[in-house]
Design a protein around this ligand. Structure first.
Ligand SMILES: [Zn+2]
Length: 183
């Protein structure tokens, strides 16, 4: 499966498993196996068995996160129902304290899809409250609906990926210029 991990944030990467372009919606999480593969390829957890309910809950969280990001882009308030869902999910996150010879460590339990969604929802909450809303941006291509968190120093990142949208833009510019030269 061709998942994208250019979001610089796992919650954003989850949102990017769906492309909602005008040409049609593509859902990369089309099956329970695909969800399990995504958890693995995202570097979150291996061998998670996912049920239909897990898939449904993932899509529900993903849609809520996308709607919140969309509202942020439009400088509109997020819908209360979407915030509720995000809060509900993130409050399911389980932290575990472990100790090896009094070396204490806190980790997040990631044993099930529910655990993982809780962690992703929590990451999304932290991102939204991080005071860096301006760095959560949509790809500059009008045909693309992917999001990314701009971690570049000059905050000038425009494209989801240079290999796709960035490259298409470069080619178009080149084409326009070469046409301009010949006339
Ligand atoms: Zn793009």
């Amino acid at each position: 499966m061709n998942f994208h991990f250019f979001g610089n944030n796992k919650a954003i990467d989850l949102v990017n498993t769906e492309s909602a372009a005008a040409s049609g919606t593509t859902d990369l999480l089309a099956s329970q196996e695909a969800l399990s593969d995504w958890f693995e390829e995202a570097g979150i957890a291996c061998g998670i068995q996912c049920s239909d309910k897990d898939l449904e809950e993932t899509r529900e969280l993903r849609s809520a996160m996308r709607r919140i990001f969309d509202r942020v882009q439009e400088s509109k308030s997020a819908a209360p129902g979407d915030l509720d869902l995000l809060n509900r999910r993130s409050n399911e996150m389980v932290r575990l304290l472990s100790a090896a010879n009094n070396n204490f460590k806190i980790s997040v339990r990631l044993n099930s899809s529910t655990d993982i969604l809780a962690m992703l929802a929590s990451q999304c909450c932290e991102l939204l409250a991080s005071n860096r809303l301006g760095s959560i941006r949509k790809c500059a291509s009008t045909k693309c609906t992917y999001y990314f968190f701009d971690t570049s120093k000059n905050q000038q990142r425009q494209w989801c990926s240079m290999e796709t949208c960035g490259n298409r833009h470069k080619m178009r510019k080149h084409y326009d210029r070469s046409r301009g030269d010949s006339s």
